[in-house]
Design a protein around this ligand. Structure first.
Ligand SMILES: Cc1cc2nc3c(=O)[nH]c(=O)nc-3n(C[C@H](O)[C@H](O)[C@H](O)COP(=O)(O)O)c2cc1C
Length: 255
């Protein structure tokens, strides 16, 4: 057998991130460095939209079994809008906080060490009560903050960054990772944990979409630099990590 391509070997090493590698490593947490913030602040003066609180949600009552059985990656959507309640539900289902302390939060999706290293950005096209544009979710306040990006050309720029995979969605979920939130606790094994965490978030989105007659498609293929630029993140302390267009389901739209 020919020797393995070193790039593949590096990828495989990443998959085997070894917990013994952090034995004896001084983590920021162990030296008493304060816990990193669990979310980014709203830009000063930004418009905000308060979302429907979790205890007032009425949508999404399909059984877990039916949601799992019906889930598919959906790449064609009807022209319909999502309601604010539906969007609130999807954000709660993916990153919503069930228990909050000053240092950690427990959410609807699990995260190694409860570090929750993600920010959720939304490119909104058709959501009742939310102006089209780029928004960011703040789970602590359960609200959206408007980001300054102009709407003009937004769909075209994002579609290019996503390799033409917007699929005419009503809203695109765009997740970034802030690696330091996990590195603070887990140092060199953080990066594998972050990717494992991301899978849980997107699976919750799939199932929650299924339960409200909507659909999603996980996107791991995108242009890293273009998406980071679109989101206005530096690609070092925060970088795009996963995306999913979401819309109302179109009969026969799976596949
Ligand atoms: C990590 C990950 C990345 C994916 N990336 C893409 C993608 O970039 N484009 C796409 O059309 N589908 C993407 N998918 C969806 C898969 O193609 C899909 O899950 C697979 O074909 C099985 O179909 P199903 O989800 O309907 O069961 C991705 C799925 C996962 C889990």
């Amino acid at each position: 057998m020919s020797p393995i391509d070193p790039r593949l070997a590096a990828g495989r090493r990443f998959l085997k991130a070894n917990w013994s590698d952090i034995e004896g490593v001084t983590t920021e947490q162990s030296t008493g460095v304060p816990v990193p913030a669990m979310e980014k602040p709203c830009p000063p003066g930004a418009a905000v939209v308060d979302l429907v609180p979790a205890d007032r949600l009425t949508v999404g009552t399909l059984s877990v079994r039916e949601a799992i059985a019906g889930r598919r990656s959906r790449r064609a959507f009807s022209p319909g809008s999502l309601s604010l309640e539906e969007l609130s539900y999807l954000l709660w289902a993916t990153q919503g906080i069930a228990k909050l302390t000053p240092k950690w939060s427990l959410r609807t999706s699990p995260s190694g060490g409860a570090r929750h290293p993600f920010e959720t950005y939304l490119a909104v096209f058709r959501v009742d009560g939310v102006e089209p544009g780029l928004w960011r979710y703040q789970p602590v306040e359960h609200r959206l903050c408007r980001l300054s990006r102009s709407v003009e050309g937004m769909a075209a720029e994002l579609d290019a960054a996503l390799f033409e995979q917007l699929f005419g969605c009503a809203v695109a979920f765009l997740w970034t990772a802030v690696p330091y939130r996990t590195e603070w606790r887990y140092h060199v094994v953080s990066h594998k944990v972050i990717l494992l965490d991301a899978g849980h978030v997107c699976q919750n989105l799939y199932l929650a979409c299924e339960s409200i007659g909507c659909g999603a498609c996980a996107l791991g293929a995108y242009d890293q630099q273009a998406l980071d630029r679109f989101l206005g993140v530096d690609g070092e302390e925060e970088m795009a990590i996963y995306a999913a267009p979401v819309g109302r389901r179109k009969p026969g739209g799976e596949g």
